[in-house]
Design a protein around this ligand. Structure first.
Ligand code: HEM
Ligand code: NAG
Ligand code: NAG
Length: 312
């Protein structure tokens, strides 16, 4: 009887692909079967005209998930009576909102009122990884959109660039991530840039963990102002292991990047990922799927927003 139940359960699991939390790989199979394809096409088109948006989309998913769970709260606009997450100083130059909007418009034409903004953010991040040369992976869907987006929620939930390895391990650990998840996820910095203001404190403090010639590079970037962008690695639009190689050369841009190599707790992981791209890809995709399940709303919680910028 018990065995039969287990067999039955496994069959159901396979048929539906359900995850324990109510999300599933084929969540939209009856209601919007080409949802993934629609998002993928919109993202592909956008990245063909500006590949730097891949970084923006991946980062947006991170910021969405770490504040109030992956519920699209990062997309909400402020109103007269509410300052939203988006307008926090730690929104850290988030980009790619237009791409999410374009995908939402295309989805609403095809299957109105069905696909959540939170799922669009998660799918767009997945596609951005793939189109910049990273792994191709499938993600569970069924996240519902949240109805809260408040500036103060960003202050304690997002780890800052001045954290050392133990601080990062603690910040991610609190949300259920291992040190290995954290290092793999930090590998997202294989894409994109940081602005001078995010690393200037290291120069002011003459941080000894910066290679001397790289310190000159960073100073030169800052000589053009606080908003000047410094790529994290030599290939800012390509998903590769150059970020980890940079850390080995002490050419990490943020303190929170370089500390991963300086700390004995995480150095082995940096060395492994620098050396083994397949391992990085595998751990990264696993950690992204895990991040995409953080405090998701499903069932009767949340809503399907009709405009990603406003609560229904
Ligand atoms: C480990 C803790 C992390 C810290 C302290 C951190 C901090 C930062 C900072 C300060 C910037 C630069 C912002 C600016 O100056 O405009 C940045 C950029 C970025 N972050 Fe992180 N981050 C972390 C983890 C992550 C994770 C988990 C992801 C995604 C999975 C991610 C994806 C990105 C991307 C792609 C960029 C570049 C954005 C662009 O070029 O538009 N970061 N991060
Ligand atoms: C980020 O926040 C600043 C205020 O700190 C605001 O001026 C800016 O428009 C915000 N950026 C985005 C993309 O919302
Ligand atoms: C990491 O940072 C915390 C908090 O700032 C500090 O107490 C701790 O000593 C630091 N750890 C190391 C190894 O530097």
């Amino acid at each position: 009887m018990g065995a039969l139940n287990i067999v039955f359960g496994v069959v159901i699991l396979i048929i539906n692909g359900w995850m324990a939390n109510g999300l599933s790989m084929n969540y939209y199979i009856m209601t919007c079967p080409i949802a993934d394809i629609i998002v993928r096409n919109v993202v592909q088109t956008a990245l063909q005209s500006d590949p730097t948006f891949a970084a923006g989309l991946i980062r947006m998913h991170f910021h969405d998930c770490f504040v109030e769970g992956c519920d699209g709260s990062v997309l909400i606009d402020s109103t007269k009576s509410n300052t939203a997450e988006k307008d926090s100083p730690v929104n850290l130059s988030l980009r790619g909102y237009e791409i999410i909007d374009a995908a939402k418009r295309a989805l609403e034409r095809q299957c109105p009122g069905v696909v959540s903004c939170a799922d669009i953010v998660a799918m767009a991040a997945r596609d951005a990884v793939f189109f910049s040369g990273g792994p191709l992976y499938e993600i569970p869907k069924g996240r519902r959109d949240g109805t809260r987006s408040q500036i103060q929620d960003t202050f304690f939930n997002l780890p800052g660039p001045s954290l050392n390895a133990s601080g990062l391990i603690a910040a991610f650990g609190k949300r259920g991530f291992t040190a290995q998840d954290m290092v793999a996820l930090s590998g997202a910095h294989t894409l994109g840039v940081a602005r001078c203001s995010s690393f200037k404190p290291r120069l002011d403090a003459a941080d000894p963990t910066i290679d001397t010639s790289f310190a000159k590079t960073l100073s030169k970037t800052c000589s053009s102002g606080d908003d000047t962008e410094q790529p994290f690695d030599l290939t800012r639009n390509t998903f590769d292991t150059n970020y980890f190689s940079a850390l080995q050369r002490r050419a990490g841009v943020l303190f929170s990047d370089q500390t991963l190599f300086e700390s004995p707790a995480t150095r082995g992981l940096v060395n492994m990922y620098a050396f083994n791209r397949a391992m990085f890809n595998m751990d990264f995709q696993r950690a992204m799927i895990k991040m995409g399940l953080l405090d998701v709303k499903e069932g009767t919680n949340g809503e399907i927003r009709s405009n990603c910028h406003v609560i229904n």
